[in-house]
Design a protein around this ligand. Structure first.
Ligand code: SAM
Ligand code: SF4
Length: 487
């Protein structure tokens, strides 16, 4: 079995969702081809560690599928891995630097295994690979392969070349072929939830962000390929699909009729798949929140009432310097329109504190926006200068200590929002899609429509079903309740 591991970063960030979701991500047993003499070759082992966002989790799953077809089996420790892959994140400095400390450990494992005659190939994939390319091999010569996010379908060929004696390979170009066409069919084992990347890259060039440089220009997958992938997931037991994209609501893929389709159109098409019960999407930009998508939240029953809509700062001056092209007032007006159509929608957001030039008054404006918008959830970050982005060389860089204090104050306000939102659910009946068994005997864990984790004592046969749960208690990060009846 090949399984992707992940690396949580911040206690109250999107990584928490990512870790929870990962628990129920499984991969098929690989079945190595028989040798010509009929004997079964020793399986090769792969260790994959995933850093960063859900899009990397999706990419790690797809890499695992490519490798499973080549006879690789899972290992959850690098010590016995023939192939170790770090699928990396470059969004903030800390995330990128962690990769180098992990590479130090992998280098030691590689040389210890080499003494026993065993080979270990080390691959750096994902956004650090894309951003740093050959620099990685210079800093960490034990690395065999630097693999950009558009090239991982070529893993078997590249590993073959390395085993054939070629020296370190750096594959970070954006190839002409569509990697999604070249990947094997989805082979994830039975799972209730899944990610589906529908869009990659970004053309918005917010001045703090590396994504346009690491993931390239916006690309949307055609509807036909997405419907096909979603149908296969549903056949394997998936009931809840989260559509992923760096700017997912800017989706504009080729429709079944050849014309460009919006995210609202794609959601409508996916909602017609029998057996698919819930659809979510992330991450969205306020500028791409179209009328049709707002309307879909009001009308499409399978589209869950949860929306992640980053605003970044409550100060218009800072938003302009970030190149966000929205103001605090039009963000608030936008969420008011969304709530008109779907009053119970749970809103989530991303916020950066300490962007260059951010004053105390600007920060107070951010706090005021958080209070007014009444978010159910939020991810908050200290600004991290990223090489090559315009903000990294702007005047007025904010001292670390000021950023730390602002983040602490902001997180208090955010936490009060979690408590309010979860507390308001006590006494309500929520339809919960059960995903897996919980830690305590007899308990199942599922998600409410608002993406909250819900625990209840229930029959494991209910995994994959939506059941009404009466909520009895609320913690900041989860709810508990008792089952009322199956819907
Ligand atoms: N596309 C989404 C949007 O427009 O807001 C965001 C995607 S980005 C991968 C995820 C989040 O990381 C951003 O919303 C932002 O809050 C945060 N982020 C990006 N660059 C950052 C930086 N240099 N320092 C701190 N946080 C950053
Ligand atoms: Fe980065 Fe999002 Fe801005 Fe694109 S829209 S540059 S992904 S923050």
């Amino acid at each position: 079995m090949v399984r992707a591991l992940t690396h949580g970063r911040l206690p109250d960030s999107r990584e928490r969702i990512l870790l929870d979701d990962l628990d129920q991500t499984h991969f098929d047993e690989a079945s190595p081809q028989a040798e010509p003499d009929g004997s079964t070759p020793a399986a090769k082992r792969v260790f994959i560690k995933t850093f960063g966002c859900q899009m990397n989790v999706y990419d790690s799953e797809r890499m695992s599928e490519v490798l499973a077809a080549e006879g690789y089996v899972e290992t959850d420790t690098p010590d016995d891995a023939d192939l170790a892959i770090l699928n990396t994140c470059h969004i903030r400095e800390k995330a990128a630097e962690k990769v180098y400390s992990d590479l130090g450990r992998l280098r030691d494992i590689k040389s210890a295994r080499a003494k026993g005659g065993k080979e270990t190939l080390i691959t750096v994939a994902g956004c650090v690979a894309q951003a740093e390319g050959e620099e990685i091999v210079r800093r960490a010569p034990a690395v065999d392969l630097v693999l950009g996010s558009q090239s991982y379908h070529r893993l078997p060929e590249l590993l073959g070349r390395l085993r054939g004696g070629e020296a370190a390979l750096v594959e970070t170009a954006f190839p002409d072929e569509d990697k999604f066409q070249a990947l094997p069919e989805r082979a994830t084992a039975k799972a209730v939830t899944a990610f589906l990347t529908v869009q990659e890259g970004c053309d918005k060039f917010c001045t703090f962000c590396v994504v346009p440089y690491t993931r390239g220009m916006e690309y949307s997958r055609p509807v036909a390929s997405l419907v096909d992938e979603a149908q296969r997931l549903v056949q394997r037991g998936v009931r809840d699909i989260t559509l992923l994209g760096q700017n997912v609501n800017g989706y504009h893929g080729e429709g079944l009729d050849g014309a460009s389709t919006t995210l609202a159109g794609l959601i409508g098409r996916l909602a017609a798949i029998e057996g698919l019960l819930r659809i979510r999407y992330m991450t969205s930009h306020p500028r791409d929140m179209s009328d049709a998508l707002i309307e879909a939240h009001a009308r499409e029953g399978k589209l869950m009432p949860y929306l992640h809509l980053p605003f970044q700062s409550g100060a218009d001056r800072v938003l302009a310097a970030m190149n966000r092209k929205h103001t605090a007032a039009n963000y608030l007006a936008l969420i008011a329109r969304i709530r008109e159509g779907r009053p119970d929608i749970a809103l989530s957001t991303d916020i950066i504190v300490g962007f260059p030039g951010e004053t105390d008054a600007d920060f107070e404006a951010t706090l005021a926006l958080v209070r007014e918008a009444d978010f159910a959830h939020a991810f908050s970050f200290k600004y991290s200068p990223r090489p090559g982005t315009p903000a990294a060389t702007m005047d007025g860089q904010v001292p670390e200590e000021v950023k730390r204090q602002r983040l602490e104050r902001l997180q208090e306000v955010i936490d009060a929002g979690y408590r309010r939102f979860n507390g308001a659910c006590v006494g309500k009946r929520l339809p919960v899609l059960f995903e897996k068994v919980g830690r305590h005997a007899g308990q199942l864990v599922g998600r409410s429509p608002y993406l909250q984790l819900v625990h209840a004592v229930a029959d494991p046969a209910l995994i994959g079903h939506v059941v009404d749960v009466e909520i009895r208690t609320a913690e900041p990060n989860s709810l508990s309740g008792v089952i009322c009846g199956q819907s």
